[in-house]
Design a protein around this ligand. Structure first.
Ligand code: ATP
Length: 219
């Protein structure tokens, strides 16, 4: 789908995807449909600066995300952060993506409300909006106020109608979403205790987990 002047609209969702699950996929699909995205790229993190070491190899995490989106356009996988030698800062990813896109193409960085509140701790966070819009997924039960450091930014850059995001980058929009109560942590715990994760991950991902013996207690 092309928007004004043939510009493309590309969303990106980063995560450890350890493993990818239906919460990620439903959320990504809903955002893609809501915004008529040409692509929604799931970008597995290599060594996330804010997280502990993931529980299975980058290669396995990538393989599972590939399996999860194989028949699910416009969802797709972007492996650039796993191909990089150093920690994957979001700013680096946005700069490299931007270099591949036209000036009018829209980039939408999708982040949850909690992640958004932590934005001031991100590397070169004040430059993120030079390269991308930010789409904040708000949960109905999130009652927190934005930290002081973000108030000025929100006053200057947020738009009330997310559909009205214009230009390639620079604005912040909020969308309300009821997330499915599933997390990768819960899935790892279930598997480690020998329980089923059927219907929490796509069948192809489950088959991969079983075939490679991932997340078992003995790992
Ligand atoms: P973990 O339990 O290991 O912390 P996670 O399930 O939260 O993992 P991540 O890989 O950290 O998964 O998530 C990547 C992105 O997906 C984040 O932006 C996160 O907010 C979002 N996300 C995670 N779980 C859900 C869910 N159930 N519904 C919607 N979005 C989700």
């Amino acid at each position: 789908m092309n928007h004004a002047g043939g510009a493309r609209r590309i969303g990106i969702l980063g995560g450890t995807f350890d493993p990818v699950h239906i919460g990620h996929l439903r959320g990504a699909l809903e955002v893609a449909e809501m915004f008529g995205l040409d692509e929604l790229r799931l970008i597995p993190n290599a060594r996330p600066p804010h997280r502990d070491t993931p529980n299975c190899s980058a290669q396995d995490r990538l393989a599972m995300v590939r399996l999860a989106v194989q028949d699910l356009p416009p969802l797709c996988v972007d492996a650039r952060e796993l191909e990089r030698e150093r920690p994957s800062y979001t700013i680096d990813t946005l700069i490299s993506l931007r270099a591949e896109l036209g000036a009018d193409d829209q980039l939408l960085l999708v982040v949850g409300w909690d992640a958004f509140c932590g934005l001031p701790t991100w590397h070169r966070w004040e430059e993120l909006l030079d390269y991308s819009h930010i789409l904040v997924l708000q949960r109905p039960d999130a009652g927190t106020e934005a930290p002081q450091a973000l108030r000025d930014l929100l006053a200057a850059r947020s738009v009330t109608d997310p559909q009205a995001l214009c230009g390639g980058a620079g604005q912040i929009a909020f969308v309300w979403q009821t997330p499915l109560e599933v997390s990768a942590t819960q899935i790892r715990q279930l598997l480690a205790s020998g329980k089923s994760v059927r219907f929490l991950v796509p069948d192809a991902v489950l088959a991969y987990i079983n075939a490679h013996g991932l997340y078992r207690a003995s790992n």
